[in-house]
Design a protein around this ligand. Sequence first.
Ligand SMILES: CSC[C@H]1O[C@H](OP(=O)(O)O)[C@H](O)[C@@H]1O
Ligand SMILES: Nc1ncnc2[nH]cnc12
Length: 289
Amino acid sequence: MLGIIGGSGVYHIEGLENSRWVKVESSFGDPSDEILLAELAGQPIAFLPRHGRGHRISPSDINFRANIDAMKRLGVTDIISVSAVGSLREDLPPGTFVIVDQFIDRTFAREKSFFGTGLVAHISMAHPVCNRLGDHLFAAAESLNIPVARGGTYLVMEGMQFSSLAESELYRSWRCDVIGMTNMPEAKLAREAEICYATVAMVTDFDCWHPEHDNVTVDAIVKVLLANADKARALVKAVAHPVHADSCAGTCACRSALQYAILTAPEARDAAMLEKLSAVAGRILNPQS
Ligand SMILES: CSC[C@H]1O[C@H](OP(=O)(O)O)[C@H](O)[C@@H]1O
Ligand SMILES: Nc1ncnc2[nH]cnc12
C-alpha cells in the first residue's frame, strides 16, 4: 500500500473515496495524528499529516519512529514524503519540485533508529531514496508539466529557527541543493522498516543567501505553498496507480534492507526490544509468522 506523509501545507488529499481516520497504536509512542485510510485513483492509500492536523508538532518533536512504525503496521510498503524546502541554488526557484536523491543529516535532537542496545543493526544509507519511486514521481511530474528536477541533495537541519547566512553559505559550499527540517530521520527509519521512501521537495524560498530575494519567512513560504499544494496533490494522485502496479516493487532492495544488518546474536537479543520491533523488523525476526 502507498503511504503519503504530508508536510507543511499538505494536511489533506483531495479526490479520496471511502476515507476514514484510524488511530494506530505504535510501540514507539503516539504518531503525529490518526492516519487517513482511503482510495485514491482506485488504489488503497494511507495518509499521515507529519505535523498533525492544524500543524501542532514542531520538526524536533515529531515522533518519527511512531509514524513509520504505524505505517508499517497498516501494511504500507511505499512512502511518498511531501515537503516544503528552501532552495540553495539559483536554478531551483520557488515553485520547482525536486525529487531528491541524497540527504545530509545535520539533526541532533531526535531518535534516529528503531534499533539500539539489546538489538543492534546497521543498515546501508548509501542511497537513501528509493530510485524506483523517484522515477515514478519524476515521470508523473513531467506529465503534469510541473517544473521538476531529478536528483538533488537535501540538507536536513534541526531548526526550529531558519539558518544564519553563514550556515546557508556553508551548505551551498557543500553543494547541497535544498534545505528543510524533517526528512531525517524519517528516511532512515523508513529504510530500517524496509519501506521504499522518496521525497517530493517543493521549493518555497531561497533561504537567506540570495542577494536579490528577501530572507525566508513563514509568510512567504505559506504563499508559495498554497499555490503549490494542488500540484502536489495532483502528483500524488498520478503516481498512485503506477506505484501500485509496479511489478519490480517486490524485488526492490529497500524491501530487504535488514537482511544482513542485525549483529546481535539470537541468544543475546533483548526480549522487550524484539517485542517493540515486531512490526518494523518482523520479516527478519519472526520469519515463520
Ligand atoms: C513551513 S516552515 C518550515 C517547515 O516546513 C518544512 O516541513 P515539511 O517538510 O513537513 O513540509 C520544513 O522542514 C519545516 O519543518
Ligand atoms: N529555508 C528553509 N529552511 C528550512 N526549512 C524550510 N522549509 C521551507 N523553507 C525552508
